[in-house]
Design a protein around this ligand. Structure first.
Ligand SMILES: [Zn+2]
Length: 211
């Protein structure tokens, strides 16, 4: 360990980045990480939901955006414009970490003790939107390889069974269909951070007007 003259947010991170079997580059523990440890802040640019919509369109780009996080109903964190190691932490349906909102920021916490060399993963659990159709599902296919893989990076469907239906209201306000209901927050005063999907359009093909 080096000097402690840095600010807390820039203390050495306990993982390194290297190729992952899950996807692209992953984050791998370089020391033991204890259960409940706050590993790293997910640093990003704070932008409005509207700005996030302007910047990203998952469907048009044919892939999902792993760099966005909901901070509060009005604010999205975009790590795509800032360098931050946290954004390399991959998704898994069998997570060993989780993303929680703590004191106005998003942090990655260890769900359990991690050994050196283990890949850090958390469940992205993208919030589902009412506009999502079957096509959308294919955009969020998961190949994490976990025995418990649910096949999608989207949040598990817990409520209404008939959700997989695209609505026809062009310009309808986007709403989070799944208000995250995580029952257990290991860290007091925190709540689970959710990742938004962007650019969901109606099946009518009409564009939502920005702003
Ligand atoms: Zn999976």
């Amino acid at each position: 360990m080096t000097s402690s003259t840095f600010t807390p947010s820039s203390k050495p991170i306990p993982f390194e980045l290297r190729p992952s079997s899950i996807q692209g580059t992953g984050a791998f523990a370089t020391r033991r990480i204890r259960k409940g440890e706050r590993i790293i802040e997910y640093v990003g640019e704070r932008i409005t939901q509207a700005e996030a919509d302007r910047r990203y369109d998952d469907e048009a780009m044919g892939r999902h955006h792993t760099f966005l996080f909901n901070l509060d109903p009005k604010t999205v964190l975009d790590a795509g414009t800032l360098h931050n190691e946290a954004r390399y932490i991959n998704h898994s349906c069998a997570p060993n970490c989780e993303a929680l909102i703590d004191k106005g920021g998003i942090y990655i916490f260890a769900l359990r003790a991690l050994e050196v060399g283990e890949e850090l993963v958390y469940d992205y659990a993208y919030e589902r939107t009412e506009e999502m159709g079957p096509d959308s599902e294919s955009l969020y296919v998961c190949r994490c390889g976990a025995a418990t893989c649910r096949g999608t990076i989207l949040a598990p469907e817990k409520k209404a069974p008939a959700r997989k239906k695209a609505t026809k209201k062009a310009g309808a306000k986007k709403k989070s269909a799944s208000k995250s209901r995580s029952a257990k927050n290991p860290v007091k005063g925190t709540k689970r951070a959710t990742k938004p999907v962007k650019g969901k359009k109606s099946t009518g093909g009409r564009k939502r007007l920005a702003g």
